[in-house]
Design a protein around this ligand. Structure first.
Ligand code: ADP
Ligand code: TZD
Length: 578
């Protein structure tokens, strides 16, 4: 005879975690199995989730972060304790820095042993270590709290300014059982995880008044604007106001880069000349020279250029972080842009278009710079340089507007950003706020998994090395990823020499003539060695057409490129060589 207690269905920690994620529409986990989470990966797959297993947790973490950016749902990265957790932590910190929503879920060892520092397997006080690098950090000790733990993690990741969240799940939790019905009731489907934040009307009016009286207005679109998925309204705001705009790197394509109001090709002209600048989802950090100094027309590197700033941002603390913000508009970008559009429509024909003088001056700079660039791109040197190779990549991206471009490196990054036009939003994924190397293959895997579209990763040879082993992952899941390694034999370029004449090569130099294409062949992918633009074109076009995992080793002149690309000046000695 069975007792009531025996016949009751039970659930456990593993299933509750999986059920809580699924209940909240999370269908993919990026991770790397091991004690204590191996069964979690198996059971998640058995429960119909997509489990993408990586070769290193940092790449899984980067995948989760960019999946979060692309979908507005937190990307999940699952790791083992201590070392696995630490490997994932760089990606978590990077996600927080970039305002990407992700949750790093790590198994951890026994609390009692960790807290007494008795030397457990992979012992580490992970929660304490994660906390300063995450937007929020939580630990769940009891199975009945899993629902709350996951709900809070989701809310923290996507509400307000998005960021990285750490969720600590000790090994013991997974095996805890509870009554299945009670378990089900303990789960929370998060209602409205990223609530709209409506801007105050007076803030909107203040901003509009400033914009209306501007003589030389400029709009700067940042990756927060891309994240917000308010594409149509942002385009309408730009077009209705007629104001020239600058897209930050990952905001490229929010409006097509060929848009006549894009001032990207006149950046060094518009920044110092503008009198009112409206930032939409972009911070005045180092990427915008902190809003001051010579870039902005200031007399020296610290001086204010005289611009007035409007800043649309969800974070009420962002304004005044670097220079005075005269008109902060705090709210989510969708609501803010729509409120501004409403205000502009209300003025009807009274809304002034920018002066012909300003638009004419921007257009003149732009066409001069575009013509100069066209000349450079048309050259066909042997060996290839960044320009001749990117001339090819630019055509291919143009012909494949839905393809996603992943990009890292120094010169490989800077030249690609300025040469390759994007036509659609959220198609360019790159090193972001930190300029971090190593995002390449994690981003490429996630972009392919999330979108199903072909992915083209343009990688410096140094940059590629940080995550290169994931070409196996790309092959294993048969993802439509074409990696193009711009191989110039080293970090920045390959020409440094060891001044002592000793046997070691210079710190920036790699094996000359390396064949990165052979790497992917080891896993059944297509490897191509390309030494001319024609070979490069053929290989990448074929990869995009066939959707086969491909790595093109594009041989670039080792003398091409400058130290640190465009940010040479940030080197302490700024000692320069060509
Ligand atoms: P970029 O590097 O492209 O200049 P940043 O990462 O510096 O962009 O800035 C992104 C900004 O966008 C952050 O300040 C963030 O608070 C803001 N942001 C992110 N998502 C939203 C949103 N949905 N609504 C409003 N602001 C947002
Ligand atoms: N480590 C990490 C994690 N991030 C970094 N940004 C760096 C080191 C320093 N770094 C750069 O800023 S760019 C770069 C490094 C190592 C690589 C540049 O060489 P590359 O690109 O081959 O990738 P180019 O095109 O040859 O310049």
């Amino acid at each position: 005879m069975t007792t009531d207690a025996q016949s009751q269905a039970v659930t456990d920690g593993f299933d509750l975690v999986i059920d809580a994620l699924k209940l909240n529409g999370i269908d993919t986990i990026f991770g790397l199995p091991g004690i204590p989470i191996t069964d979690l990966t198996r059971r998640a797959q058995a429960a119909g989730m997509r489990v993408i297993s990586f070769r290193h947790e940092q790449n899984a973490g980067n995948a989760a972060a960019i999946a979060g950016f692309m979908t507005q749902k937190p990307g999940i990265c699952l790791t083992v304790s201590a070392p696995g957790f630490l490997n994932g932590l760089t990606a978590l910190a990077n996600a927080t820095t970039n305002c990407f929503p992700m949750i790093l879920v790590s198994g951890s060892s026994e609390r009692e042993i960790v807290d007494l520092q008795q030397g457990d397997y992979e012992e580490m006080d992970q929660l304490a270590i994660a906390r300063p690098l995450a937007k929020a950090a939580f630990r769940v000790l009891h199975a009945e709290d899993i629902g709350v733990g996951i709900a809070r993690s989701i809310r923290a990741a996507v509400s307000g300014r998005p960021g990285g969240v750490y969720l600590d799940l000790p090994a013991k939790l997974f095996a805890q059982t509870m009554d299945a019905e009670a378990g089900k009731r303990s789960l929370i489907k998060v209602v409205d995880p990223a609530p709209r934040q409506i801007p105050a009307q007076d803030a909107v009016q203040r901003a509009l008044a400033m914009l209306k009286t501007a003589k030389r207005p400029l709009i700067v679109l940042g990756k927060g604007a891309a994240y917000a998925q308010a594409d149509a309204d942002i385009r309408a705001l730009v077009e209705k106001t007629g104001i020239p705009y600058l897209p930050m790197s990952m905001a490229k394509g929010l409006l097509p880069d060929t848009h006549e109001q894009s001032a990207a090709a006149a950046r060094s002209y518009v920044l110092p000349e503008a009198d009112v600048v409206m930032l939409i989802g972009a911070r005045l950090n180092w990427l915008l020279s902190h809003g001051k100094g010579k870039t902005w027309g200031g007399k020296d590197h610290k001086a204010w250029g005289g611009q007035k700033f409007i800043q649309i941002d969800i974070s009420p603390q962002e304004a005044d972080s670097n220079v005075r913000i005269d008109a902060p508009v705090v709210g989510d970008i969708g609501s803010c842009v729509s409120a501004m559009l409403g205000g502009i429509s209300a003025m009807g024909a009274n809304w002034p278009q920018p002066s012909a003088d300003w638009l004419g001056a921007v257009a003149e700079r732009k066409s001069k710079n575009i013509a100069k660039m066209a000349e450079t791109l048309a050259r066909n040197p042997t060996p290839m340089n960044f320009h001749s190779a990117l001339n090819v990549m630019r055509d291919i991206i143009k012909a494949n507007p839905d393809a996603i471009l992943v990009n890292e490196g120094a010169n490989a990054l800077d030249f690609t950003r300025s040469i390759v036009d994007m036509q659609k939003p959220r198609k360019r994924l790159d090193v972001g706020t930190w300029g971090v190397m190593g995002i390449g293959m994690g981003f490429a895997v996630a972009a392919a998994v999330v979108s199903g579209q072909p992915v083209i990763a343009i990688e410096g040879d140094s940059a590629f090395g940080f995550s290169g082993m994931e070409v196996e992952t790309i092959c294993r899941y048969n993802l439509p990823v074409c990696v193009v390694v711009f191989n110039n034999n080293g970090v920045y370029c390959g020409t440094d020499v060891n001044p002592t004449g000793g046997p070691d090569v210079a710190p920036t130099v790699f094996v000359k003539g390396a064949r990165y294409d052979k790497l992917i062949e080891a896993f059944g992918g297509v490897g191509v060695h390309a030494t001319t633009p024609a070979e490069l074109r053929k290989a990448v076009e074929e990869a995009v057409r066939s959707r086969k995992p491909t790595l093109v080793n594009a041989v670039i002149d080792e003398t091409a490129g400058t130290e640190s690309g465009r940010i040479t000046s940030l080197n302490p000695t700024s000692a320069k060589k060509k």
